[in-house]
Design a protein around this ligand. Structure first.
Ligand SMILES: [Zn+2]
Length: 295
């Protein structure tokens, strides 16, 4: 555990020196225009990433500064956060074994912790929800428990007049590897790492994460999604269905990724609720990073 914390601390320090990357950087936008609607916003995205990178250097303050930008996340963070003392299972603590169990829906995958090279989820299915494309292809799949929860989440959103669409879910290790290698060939490894996850380290490889947008597909995997009513709904309600906003605003230095309001990750209702109530990240939930420590 101690070694792990040290390693993580080193990694998070390294992250401060890097431009922050998009966990979903290998979505159509970065892959040079599969998605015509977003073609000319790629540059903005890159610009925003650089600005965010600067933010992270003053991270001590950035959480407060950014609080008012996103009302959904802000509400969760402040109001629910204050009530977190009531947390029902206080004392139980997290199941640490789940963090490194690839078969657990609570597995922790980030820049430090990778999936094994040979890992392929055994229970991938096509969730019966709207996507921004019609084809039955890999990126439409999720692990069965997450897929079922996603169907419930989409249905719940529709009851509130919110129409979501899936953009990109599962990505095999093979796909991630070929994507990443293509970027390395084009831009060199160092630069490729700034916008694409190293194979094994993308949460999309778990089959538990999905990028979502509104049904019009506007702002799919783009910063502007954060200002939509769909993003606000997700920030408020995703946890009820077992999903978390995996890369919340102001947590860049902990997750290693800038704010991605569109990337939701299934962890199960119990963990998702605790994370949302406390306004924390999956890393903090597992205590993988001592955020208050100054080694
Ligand atoms: Zn994503």
């Amino acid at each position: 555990m101690t070694t792990r914390i040290k390693t993580l601390t080193t990694v998070s320090a390294l992250l401060l020196a890097m431009a922050l990357v998009t966990a979903c950087g290998d979505t159509p936008k970065a892959a040079s225009g599969n998605n015509p609607a977003t073609a000319n916003q790629g540059a903005d995205q890159n610009g925003a990433a650089a600005v965010n990178g600067d933010h992270v250097k003053n991270n001590g303050e950035s959480q407060e500064q950014q609080g008012s930008d996103n009302q959904g996340a802000g509400e969760n963070g402040s109001t629910d956060g204050e009530a977190s003392g009531n947390s029902a299972n206080a004392g139980n603590g997290p199941d640490m074994a789940a963090a490194s169990d690839v078969n657990s829906v609570a597995v922790l995958v980030n820049k430090e912790f990778a999936l094994p090279d040979e890992y392929n989820p055994a229970d991938l299915v096509y969730p019966n929800v709207r996507f921004t494309f019609k084809e039955k292809i890999e990126k439409r799949m999720m692990r069965s428990e997450a897929a079922k929860a996603l169907e419930e989440l989409f249905a719940g959103a529709e009851e509130d007049g919110i129409y979501l669409a899936g953009v990109s879910a599962y990505r095999s290790h093979k796909t991630q590897t070929s994507l990443f290698n293509r970027y390395v060939k084009r831009d060199g490894e160092e630069k490729a790492k700034t916008y694409s996850a190293v194979p094994g380290h993308s949460e999309h490889e778990t089959g538990l994460a999905i990028d979502v947008s509104g049904s019009d597909g506007k702002c799919a995997a783009e910063d502007c999604f954060g200002d939509t009513k769909e993003a606000e709904w997700l920030a408020k309600h995703a946890a009820e269905y077992g999903f978390i906003i995996r890369y919340p605003e102001g947590k860049d230095s902990i997750t290693g990724y800038k704010y991605e309001p569109w990337h939701i990750r299934y962890v199960g209702v119990e963990i998702a609720s605790e994370i949302a109530e406390q306004g924390i990240t999956l890393e903090e939930y597992y205590g993988a990073i001592p955020v208050t420590a100054n080694p």
